[in-house]
Design a protein around this ligand. Structure first.
Ligand SMILES: [Fe+2]
Ligand SMILES: [Fe+2]
Length: 320
């Protein structure tokens, strides 16, 4: 026998399925299956954490950027990443999780963020390689998310992607300047590309046959293309750019054809990737520690802001 509650759920599920089938957006007011909500909370909060933790490897170079112009550009870029984190935390909050819960999950090590930010940035060329490869991979991943079925996420991605393309170009331009410089600068640029190339490919996630949640995310139209498809597309975009830069992509098995794109590529070292994911990367502990310290040191700002908001919200007395 069907209870009224079950009948309501079935109707709501049908309305949800129709919205998805018709390429319409799911909004915070709409009914949604619990698994869809949970998947989105996980994905959006991980994405937000990645933007925030991602400020660290580059923030590391702000005081050491080689000129005032480079410093101004890098500050703007790192600030953009903070903004991305904030849009995304707000988008996740529309699904019923609080900012405090998400912050706690991050600083006590329960939440994940992109493994790419657990690698160190020993030279200035790393700023170029991160912009070109890491922001480049982020764009490939995120442009399709502008059409994700959840409205607040998709809308946040539109603005984020515009800024990411500036990030990618500034990285390319740093590498270009180095490649046109001294022999030492060219070696430094190539070394950074060698270190960031494979981790940037791993950013697309495990191979399709080892990515158990992908099919459901595609059915919900959160995800539009498979991990391997996006990875191949990214490498296809890199090949002509690497040629323009004069750098070598460190994959001897890479085959590219101007008409067909990437026809073959080497294997990613997944053991290394999963080790970093488990927390054994070169900088995992340092990144979280730094985030925790920043959070603790910012406590007085949050308290002051809350006190100010309470004062503004209190009814004004006649005497004033
Ligand atoms: Fe970003
Ligand atoms: Fe970026």
């Amino acid at each position: 026998m069907t209870s009224p509650a079950d009948a309501h759920d079935a109707d709501a599920q049908r309305a949800f399925d129709d919205l998805i089938a018709n390429e319409r957006r799911i909004e915070p007011r709409d009914w949604m299956p619990e698994a869809y909500r949970k998947t989105l909370i996980r994905q959006i909060s991980q994405h937000a954490h990645s933007e925030i933790i991602g400020m660290q490897p580059e923030g590391n170079w702000i005081t050491r950027a080689p000129s005032l112009k480079r410093k101004a550009i890098l500050i703007a870029k790192v600030q953009d990443e903070a903004g991305h984190g904030l849009y995304l935390y707000s988008a996740a909050q529309t699904l019923g999780i609080t900012r405090d819960e998400m912050t706690d999950q991050l600083i006590d090590g329960r939440a994940r963020y992109s493994s790419i930010f657990n690698y160190p940035t020993p030279t200035w060329a790393d700023m170029g390689a991160i912009g070109w490869l890491v922001d480049g991979a982020a764009i490939c991943n995120q442009v399709p998310l502008c059409r994700a079925s959840y409205g607040p996420y998709a809308r946040a991605m539109v603005r984020i992607c515009k800024e990411e393309s500036f990030h990618q170009r500034q990285g390319f331009e740093i590498l270009l300047a180095l490649m046109q410089g001294s022999p030492e600068q060219r070696v430094m640029a190539q070394d950074a590309v060698d270190r960031w190339y494979w981790p940037s490919l791993a950013m697309f996630g495990p191979p399709d046959d080892q990515s158990p949640n992908s099919a459901q995310s595609m059915a919900w139209k959160i995800k539009r293309f498979s991990n391997d498809e996006l990875r191949r597309r990214f490498v296809g975009m890199l090949v002509p750019q690497a040629e323009a830069l004069g750098v070598t992509l460190p994959d001897p098995d890479l085959r590219y054809d101007a008409d067909q794109g990437v026809t073959a590529m080497g294997e990613i070292d997944w053991d290394d990737f999963f080790a970093v994911l488990r927390g054994d990367g070169p900088c995992n502990a340092e990144r979280i520690q730094r985030r925790r310290t920043a959070h603790e040191e910012g406590a007085w700002v949050r308290e002051a802001a809350a006190a100010y908001a309470a004062k503004q919200a209190a009814p004004r007395t006649e005497a004033a």
